[in-house]
Ligand binder design. Sequence first.
Ligand code: UT7
Length: 332
Amino acid sequence: MKKTNAVITAIGGYVPEYVLNNEELSRMVDTTDEWIMTRVGIKERHIQKGEGLGTSDMAVEAIKDIFKKTGTKPEEIDMLVCATVTPDHPFPATANIIADKLDIRDAHGFDLNGACSGFLYALDTAKQFIETGAKKKVIVVGADKMSSIVDYTDRTTCVLFGDGAAAVLLEPSEEEYGIKDSILRSDGFGRKYLNMKAGGSAYPASADTVANKEHVIFQDGKHVFKHAVSNMADVSVEIMKRNNMTADDLAWLVPHQANLRIIDATAQRMELNPEKVMINIERYGNTTAATIPLCLWEWEKQLKKGDNIILAAFGAGFTWGSIYLKWAYDGK
Ligand code: UT7
């Protein structure tokens, strides 16, 4: 019997309209376009504005994009996984809210928190359901409204993040395409370097946690940077080697977009031509779980059936990993 592979058959994406550029940020905190561009590589990010709007609303738009492109109906979806660190509410799951807004009824649905590696974790999880035959049409969406947890008086973090969402449709195929291999890791020692302290069960929200600004991102950038560079490059090289590929065999590297210097270091370790690296950090910043699918969405037209692609990420937890996939359709 032939093996069933989990294949991406469509992509959708969405970024909110409002653009927050470096010039506007430099009027809010003590920073400059020059510092942000040379240290991180971000020019602008999209920010979701509007009372009561949240991560689910961006995810809904990204999934609608897939429905429009493919003619897929909500009732055909049998599973929806939402990777996010900025759920609409602590509960119910944002996946449930997205499903309700899209009229997806009776489907298996849940959120997954893998921070910046969330999309890779979710994709690998969804893959298992397809390969075993348990599910036929699965939506994996990476969505984050980072502006909801950014302290816009802290120059060390507020320049880094943006909002966005992107989704893929995963389906079974007996052809030799789809997700071939994955390396996913985590090590909780890193939790002290990147976190949001309050709002969970250990430190529930109180007047003090709000006054102490404990509902926003804390990051010790230097430590995170050091581990991001080595770990993201390690797993990218490892997955390439164990699948007997060299840089020549690869069509694309799709790296998490946290810092252009981390991306460059990973590509260099892989000895990859820079033209094969998807980079859009300049326009979107770090959208956490959305960065990798947003790249795939933007590059879709350039992708060809049979392209060897490596996705790679590093984020809070620490979590990190790489996925090797063989692209299943011509983008044009
Ligand atoms: O996606 C999740 C994983 N996250 C990451 O991968 C992020 C990893 N870390 C990074 O990308 C970098 O560490 C940052 C971009 C966050 C910071 O860059 P850095 O080169 O590590 O800078 P630094 O934190 O060492 O700060 C250098 C200087 C400091 O000033 P002093 O102490 O040398 O006087 C900072 O206060 O730059 C200062 N600084 C800024 N200056 C202007 C920090 N942020 C800013 C800013 N504008 N926005």
